[in-house]
Design a protein around this ligand. Structure first.
Ligand SMILES: Cc1ncc(COP(=O)(O)O)c(C=O)c1O
Length: 380
């Protein structure tokens, strides 16, 4: 397979990919086209059909798993050679987690460590303020361990996520009124605290401040990456940020093996993390407003990131389409933001540098937003 791919890298042609940029002749974002260089002809397979061994892949997993918790983690790393043929970019595909995101790892880790330390017993009610991936992960893990889970959400939650939480057995507690700044986060936290007073045997994972959040990534994806790279060089690690748990945990572990590793944080314009100026945002799962997550304040003080690259929602959504077009991977807005950040970052570094990026979640959950023409036109 590699041999076939190498031959075809000499056969560079231009193909057209969908772009979100409006052009003069088009009325819709989706009618414009932007040229993307792919290292093979679009209709030409990179697999040599005469070689059966190219198509028959050995089984990646050699035993039968007991349950879905065992399938959390062990996500693949894949080279992004089709989208970035002139650079060494690899991606840790956290979208391969069974519930759809890297937060599956945090959910499993916080509940397991709570059970191990005795903070959680069979009657404990787990309460968390969440409108996205962490809630979906927690709803599965709590159900698996027979624990009741209350998700404190607000009216901005996407209908898809609300449905996913309900289907996975979470009890929904909807906060209705925003605070004086028009945001709901402080009201959601207040509601969690009220519920905790009402329910004495309750547990709040609190991803914004718990050290278990970065720890889940240090021992999870961080450890895995070290083994997967197997001593191969690495110069940069790039990931989108919100609580900063992913960036902090993974980069701490990687820097034990790669002491000169540079860490690049990707954030949305309008997020207040790392000195950003507040403005409306729309990329789910990334960025933060005031008050800043406690973990993010620490990450800033400890200078975990060497550089922050901010992108607009429009750039990030274009990134989602570019990745889908070139590599066939469908990620959420934060993955698209990473692609947009790479477009700004790659021209500033040596082409020999080796970069690992992380895609935090899968894109199917955003079919009605980032991948929907009308939604994109109305929101970007
Ligand atoms: C889609 C997505 N991307 C990026 C992040 C950022 O991860 P962290 O909170 O660890 O900084 C999250 C966190 O929820 C997320 O859901």
């Amino acid at each position: 397979m590699y041999f076939g791919l190498l031959i075809m890298t000499h056969n560079q042609v231009n193909v057209q990919s969908r772009t979100l940029r409006k052009n003069e002749n088009s009325t819709s974002f989706f009618q414009g086209f932007q040229k993307v260089n792919l290292p093979f002809k679009r209709n030409q397979s990179v697999i040599d059909p005469t070689k059966v061994t190219d198509i028959q892949q050995p089984a990646r997993h050699s035993y039968v798993y007991d349950n879905l918790t065992e399938l959390i983690g062990q996500t693949p790393i894949m080279s992004l050679k089709l989208l970035f043929p002139d650079n060494n970019v690899m991606a840790k595909l956290e979208n391969f987690n069974p519930l759809g995101s890297i937060k599956d790892r945090v959910a499993l880790h916080v509940i397991r460590s709570g059970l191990e330390t005795g903070l959680i017993n069979s009657d404990t009610v787990v309460i968390e303020s969440t409108s996205g991936n962490f809630g979906v992960g927690l709803s599965f893990v709590c159900k698996f361990y027979g624990l009741k889970f209350i998700a404190v959400v607000d009216p901005k939650i996407s209908p898809t996520n609300l449905q996913l939480l309900k289907l996975r057995g979470a009890q929904i507690d909807m906060v209705k009124e925003p605070d004086e700044t028009g945001n709901y986060l402080s009201k959601r936290i207040q509601r969690v605290q009220e519920l905790r007073e009402e329910i004495p045997n309750s547990f709040w994972p609190c991803q914004y401040s718990s050290p278990e959040n970065p720890r889940a990534h240090y021992y999870g994806a961080g450890e895995e990456i070290v083994h997967q790279l197997n001593g191969a060089p690495l110069d940069y690690f790039m990931t989108a940020i919100s609580t900063t748990g992913t960036m902090t945990g993974i980069s701490r572990r990687l820097q034990e093996n790669y002491p000169y590793l540079n860490v690049i944080a990707v954030d949305e314009e309008g997020s207040c993390l790392f000195g950003g100026t507040p403005a409306p945002r729309c990329l789910n799962g990334m960025g933060a407003g005031h008050p800043l997550p406690e973990l993010a304040v620490k990450a800033y003080e400890q200078k975990i990131a060497n550089q922050v690259i901010r992108v607009t929602a429009k750039e990030a959504i274009q990134g989602c389409y570019d990745l889908l077009e070139a590599e066939g991977i469908m990620v959420g807005g934060s993955g698209g933001a990473v692609i947009a950040a790479l477009r700004k970052f790659l021209p500033t570094i040596s082409p020999d540098s080796r970069i690992l990026v992380l895609f935090a979640d899968r894109g199917e959950r955003y079919l009605n937003s980032f991948y929907d023409e009308q939604w994109v036109e109305a929101h970007t």
